[in-house]
Write a protein that binds this ligand. Sequence first.
Ligand code: SF4
Length: 245
Amino acid sequence: MSRLDQKEIDEVNRRLSTAELPEILTWALDRFGARVALSCSFSTEDLVILDALHSLDRPFRVFALDTGRVNEETYQTADRVIARYGTKIEWYFPAPDGVERLERTHGLYSFRESLERRHECCSVRKLEPLDRALLDLDAWMTGLMREQSVTRSEVRLVEIDAAHGGIAKLNPLCHWTSEGVWKTTRGRDIPHNPLYDRGYASIGCAPCTRPIGPHEHPRAGRWWWELPEQKECGLHADFSQGGGI
Ligand code: SF4
């Protein structure tokens, strides 16, 4: 399996731009085999993809990052997903010495002090484990959708992930809407995190996520003390590149 070059990416983006989810996932598994995996945070978006992968009745890989700060409900959702699909989850945890250094030096809630401190926490708890998760992959799949935020409005079906050695990043739901995700979730009885029923629209770590009000943007409940263009954890945008964090 070779990596994608820009020519193939352009061709695939053109050819699969109107394809249904199973066709996109079939292409991904044919193209990358065991060197592609779904990055799963147990969001409704990720679980729509996992459900579709499972329906293909072929082997597929799923990894998840346990930051150590997620809600109990997220663990319960993961447990229900494993029971429902029999899927093996490849869990990744932060390096213990990194978390120890972070908490001993800056305390337990340093991410509220400044953007720099927040990035530091996300780097230790998310980015370093993600780097390890992607080490043996040529492509990873995400549930990113263009409608999710100002930082995601340009997301394409297939992209080069320059921050991770130029492997491919596949966003099979990039053109979906939240309404479509929920319709599929309910229609196929896909497990969902019960926090959604309590007003959460986007779920990350417990201390950095809150429910939103009726007229708030779905990402308003993430890092609500920051500006909209700053609301990324670095998994999908490079902190070092300034805007689009
Ligand atoms: S979302 Fe919050 S708690 Fe989780 S890694 Fe980022 S700053 Fe730390």
